[in-house]
Design a protein. Structure first.
Length: 68
């Protein structure tokens, strides 16, 4: 299991951080998706950005460099 960090954003501002141990990136992404109802989420493992999940699980815009 790897340690993942999920950074929570609301209105573009960092509002929290959650650490989770997950089996793999897909397991961690599912954890991030569960949090994105109220927040945008950036998912990291060992300092490497794995994914950005937008508030409400909206599709990402490739020109969007921010989480929310």
């Amino acid at each position: 299991m790897a340690s993942y960090q999920l950074f929570l954003f609301r209105d573009g501002e960092l509002v929290g951080k959650v650490s989770r141990h997950c089996a793999d990136d897909l397991d961690a992404l599912e954890a991030a998706r569960k949090l994105c109802g109220d927040h945008a989420v950036e998912l990291y493992c060992d300092g490497k950005l794995i994914a950005r999940v937008k508030h409400g699980d909206e599709p990402l815009n490739v020109r969007d460099l921010h989480s929310g």
